[in-house]
Design a protein around this ligand. Sequence first.
Ligand SMILES: [Ca+2]
Length: 187
Amino acid sequence: MLSQILEKDGRINITTKADGGKKFYFGASWDTTKGETDLDLCVVYLKGGKATDVIYYGKKTGPGVQLSEDNRTGAGDGDDEWAKIDVSALPADCDGLAIGVIVYAGTDFATVANPLIRGCAGSDEKAPEIFRFPIKDTAFDGDTVLVAARLKKGGNDQWLLEAIGKFYAKGKGAGALKALTELDFTA
Ligand SMILES: [Ca+2]
């Protein structure tokens, strides 16, 4: 399967059977060439399209979700922050996950150097990449919250990955994190 390029406001439905279709890896990267920015990769537990909990730099693990260490500048090669997900270990009442990126410190997505998020079907960064979203040049000034993907529980315990390129202008830091958890994910 070739990696699909997601566009702003785009949606791509992806089904995968890698690792039984149960394991996913998401990586966010950005650079320091336009100044230091603190982006945070976040994973929101959903039930009926509403957030029930969030995994973020202040709470890096939860059932079925493991987050990397917090990168506060964008320095370093490869994925600067990542999330490893095993949907078979999620709480029984969880019927979805949203994968988001927020601007914690800096200006907005429009001013970050080379921001990118990608998703892989499997347990780590070497697993086959299934989508990538080059955030660069697609965000508007003031955009600080990105919903990049959603995992949805379907029938027969099958999980569908929906890559999403949706931005919101919701401020930075803790406010952006809170805004991510208050979005309506029923659509
Ligand atoms: Ca960070």
